[in-house]
Design a protein around this ligand. Structure first.
Ligand SMILES: [Zn+2]
Length: 133
């Protein structure tokens, strides 16, 4: 399963980023996901949830930032590609609106970890010691 491999990679990066920052766990992660990746955010989130089990990222919230597909055509057209509304993944229409040829994608293939949320360190939990007897 393609999504699982992607989730695995994203998780690895998130966990090592958290570790580099001296954090013991990952609270959340933000993933940039281009519409031309054919990936459904819900599916990637589901896989991330599965691979995060028993890792420092278990239970972390996953946020997706969709990156619209852009392209350029040999005829000179360039811009944002229309999304084929009937597809579940929001797959872009790669045909040039001017001449109908297949355009070259310039954006929309992103699938990368953007930010990792870690707990604020150190955890300063206030201990109320007012109840003296
Ligand atoms: Zn064209």
């Amino acid at each position: 399963m393609h999504e699982l491999a992607i989730a695995d990679r994203l998780l690895d990066r998130a966990v090592s980023a958290a570790r580099d920052a001296g954090a013991e766990r990952v609270d959340g992660l933000t993933v940039e996901l281009g519409t031309a990746t054919h990936l459904v955010p819900e599916q990637v989130a589901f896989c991330l949830d599965a691979v995060a089990e028993d890792t420092p990222a278990e239970g972390a919230t996953v946020t997706f930032e969709r990156v619209s597909a852009r392209g350029e055509c040999s005829c000179g057209w360039h811009g944002e590609l229309e999304t084929l509304a009937e597809t579940v993944a929001g797959v872009p229409d790669r045909r040039c609106p001017d001449c109908g040829a297949e355009v070259e994608l310039t954006a929309g293939r992103e699938c990368r970890l953007k930010t990792v949320e870690i707990p604020e360190a150190p955890t300063t939990r206030k201990t109320d010691q007012t109840d003296q007897t």
